[in-house]
Ligand binder design. Structure first.
Ligand code: HEC
Ligand code: HEC
Ligand code: HEC
Ligand code: HEC
Ligand code: HEC
Ligand code: HEC
Ligand code: HEC
Length: 463
């Protein structure tokens, strides 16, 4: 590429702001867009930088200030063009044709630093503060600081280095801020144009002729599924206590594809819900942290929920009430980057002997977003729910995702005991629950348990 593709050595001032002998007025990166129109997606997920197809990215249209002051304290970041908004800097907000600090993609710096020029809550840019979620929360996706970075050519089903950087989940050329909240499983417009793994395990790989991820969970499945670098026991314990389940799987594609019991993330659960149904506790709409219904969402047998219904910012504005933080599963002070309180019992050293834990609604706020606490306390399904809830965490009995290769007899209702807490009984049987009214969607609740838990022996104890 000769210098003269972009420069005119005889005229310094064609671009009135940058000068620099440019070939044309380079406002909004007109030189770059002469030969690049980045685009992708299909249907509702169609996107293109120019807006010729789909809707253009907020990074093309944002009138927000971006100047030499918005550099997040790093001298060589911030606007280097003289233009003073996101839209007029365009590609040059993140890329640099010469002297790029991160040469591989001509980026102005490491990805997180490039993003935090603007997404750090500074008063000039006036954008939500994403940076401090990563910096201050106890449990975070590993997206900041020196570490392996996303490679745009990596195949989503064959990711060779362990990483979760901004561009694993966001495509800067497509992302936009829409005011409408997506209804699961639909993608948020913040997540457009990213690769993924479909619920059947096949890759969604735009670099190899496929579409990008169509649904939110497909982006998440790039890691905890077939990826050889997926979370592993016990190395993953820095994310908080991790239950050691009877049916153990770190592959969440398999878990949500369960033939027996699953939360409706990849497909509806289709049980009869509400009073008199198989899931009597199900509310008609999810509730925000102040107990108000979340707009445009309903819960019923046909409804789907998203990974980010449970995994998200524990001080994000999606919680309603007085919360005002940024959206996204970037970081949380609740273990496993959960959006609300969820108490997990920790191993006391001897399974079967863990001490009782006092009941508090806030311990299980996550479940009460969608399941009625009153219904569970009134034992509308499991006859001894309330008795157990006052001593044992939900997680000790229930798996939150789905049970791969489980059986209808032992793993209905997401039952998958945590063997750190629950042991075999004194006859060396279990730990096991048996459904005495098996069959999908039964609203008759009878079962029996063989196990030892919290010092209490159960020998085929039934209800
Ligand atoms: C792909 C387009 C492109 C090509 C090819 C290109 N330049 Fe540039 N150059 C730019 C742009 C755009 C700027 C304005 C600064 C910016 O946006 O980063 C620039 C700025 C410069 C500057 C000023 C640097 C500064 O930091 O102020 C010099 C000097 C320069 N180019 C020289 C060259 C030479 C010499 C060549 C050929 C070897 C060349 N350029 C090829 C696009 C290009
Ligand atoms: C908000 C930041 C941002 C803006 C604005 C931006 N980019 Fe990028 N661009 C990135 C990042 C980050 C990557 C690396 C993506 C990855 O690793 O998947 C990238 C990668 C690329 C690549 C390599 C992509 C690949 O798949 O190999 C090209 C080409 C590119 N950008 C062109 C552009 C052009 C042209 C513009 C303006 C029309 C632009 N970018 C605007 C952040 C940005
Ligand atoms: C030059 C400033 C700037 C930089 C640098 C920048 N962004 Fe943005 N970004 C914006 C603006 C402005 C919006 C639109 C926000 C709005 O309208 O509420 C936006 C919107 C977004 C959105 C859509 C969701 C939303 O509501 O904010 C995502 C996702 C996003 N940016 C990710 C990134 C990532 C990832 C990077 C780094 C690769 C990055 N941005 C770098 C300015 C920037
Ligand atoms: C001691 C084990 C145990 C604990 C602890 C427990 N459950 Fe259950 N739960 C069960 C069993 C067993 C069933 C299935 C009953 C049946 O089908 O016979 C069940 C069923 C359910 C159901 C489906 C039926 C309904 O009521 O809608 C939900 C939802 C549920 N539990 C939520 C919770 C929540 C939330 C907690 C914690 C606050 C919790 N459970 C604590 C054992 C437990
Ligand atoms: C109903 C709430 C809920 C939904 C929906 C949910 N999770 Fe979780 N997730 C949890 C809870 C609670 C834990 C903590 C561990 C436990 O209780 O077993 C967890 C743990 C995890 C972990 C760490 C340990 C493990 O089990 O692998 C990963 C990774 C994870 N979730 C990813 C996902 C992904 C990806 C999705 C969507 C495809 C998702 N989750 C959907 C509640 C949920
Ligand atoms: C594991 C996936 C993942 C990673 C890694 C990730 N994000 Fe996000 N991000 C999301 C999701 C999901 C949302 C929420 C989208 C929604 O609910 O609209 C989000 C939201 C955002 C938003 C909009 C915030 C708001 O309040 O509107 C910005 C900006 C953003 N992310 C930037 C970043 C930056 C910068 C990084 C890297 C430092 C990053 N993200 C890393 C998944 C991710
Ligand atoms: C975002 C909403 C949401 C959250 C949060 C949520 N659930 Fe559910 N849950 C559902 C829906 C929807 C169903 C399926 C209802 C149907 O098919 O009628 C369901 C079903 C269930 C079932 C029955 C599943 C089966 O296969 O029989 C159990 C048990 C359950 N949830 C427990 C929990 C526990 C424990 C938590 C807290 C970790 C929780 N839920 C959090 C929405 C939610």
């Amino acid at each position: 590429m000769p210098c003269t593709s972009c420069h005119d050595p005889h005229n310094e001032f064609v671009d009135p702001v940058e000068n620099r002998f440019l070939l044309k007025n380079n406002s909004a990166s007109a030189i770059c867009t002469t030969s690049h129109d980045l685009k992708g997606g299909t249907g509702a997920n169609l996107w293109s930088w120019s807006g010729a197809e789909g809707v253009p990215s907020s990074h093309k249209t944002g009138a927000n200030v971006y100047s030499d002051q918005t550099n997040d304290g790093i001298a060589w970041l911030g606007s280097h063009t003289g233009y003073t908004t996101t839209a007029t800097n365009a590609c040059a907000a993140c890329h640099r044709p010469h002297t790029a600090h991160d040469a591989a993609e001509l980026l102005k710096g490491e990805t997180d630093r490039v993003c935090f020029q603007c997404h750090d809550g500074n008063p000039l840019t006036q954008l939500a503060d994403v940076k401090s979620e990563f910096k201050r929360k106890m449990y975070v996706h590993p997206s900041i600081g020196p570490q392996a970075s996303h490679d745009p050519v990596e195949a989503p089903d064959n990711i060779l280095t362990r990483h979760a950087t901004c561009d694993d989940c966001h495509n800067s050329h497509a992302a936009r801020a829409d005011l409408t909240t997506p209804v699961p499983p639909q993608l948020s417009s913040a997540l457009l144009g990213v690769s993924g793994i479909a619920a059947d395990g096949s890759p969604r790989d735009p670099r190899r002729g496929g579409t990008g991820a169509l649904y939110e969970d497909e982006i998440c499945f790039k890691c905890p599924s077939y990826n050889p670098n997926k979370p592993q026991l016990p190395g993953y314990l820095s994310y908080g206590p991790l239950p050691f389940r009877v049916v153990l799987s770190m592959n969440l594609v398999d878990a949500f594809a369960s033939p027996v019991s699953w939360h409706p993330v990849t497909r509806p659960r289709a049980l009869s819900s509400g009073a008199g149904g198989a899931v009597p506790s199900l509310l008609t709409t999810p509730l925000d942290s102040s107990g108000a219904p979340i707009p445009s969402r309903t819960l019923n047998a046909a409804a789907q929920i998203s990974c980010t219904d449970c995994h998200g910012n524990d001080t994000g504005r999606q919680l309603g009430g007085s919360f005002a933080g940024s959206l996204g599963p970037h970081g949380s002070n609740v273990s496993h980057i959960l959006e609300r309180g969820y108490f997990l019992e920790t191993s006391s050293g001897t399974a079967g002997q863990t001490p009782d834990i006092p009941y508090s609604s806030s311990n299980y706020a996550l479940c009460f977003k969608c399941h009625s606490e009153d219904s569970l306390k009134a034992d509308q399904s499991f006859k001894f729910h309330w008795e157990h809830m006052q001593r044992v965490a939900c997680s000790t009995c229930h798996d939150p995702h789905g049970i791969p290769n489980g059986t209808a007899l032992n793993n209905g209702s997401l039952i998958n005991f945590d063997q750190n807490i629950v042991a075999r009984n004194s006859l060396a049987v279990g730990p096991a629950w048996s459904d005495l009214t098996p069959g999908a969607g039964s609203a008759v609740f009878h079962g029996s348990c063989s196990l030892r838990c919290h010092g209490v022996d159960h020998d085929n104890r039934s209800y």
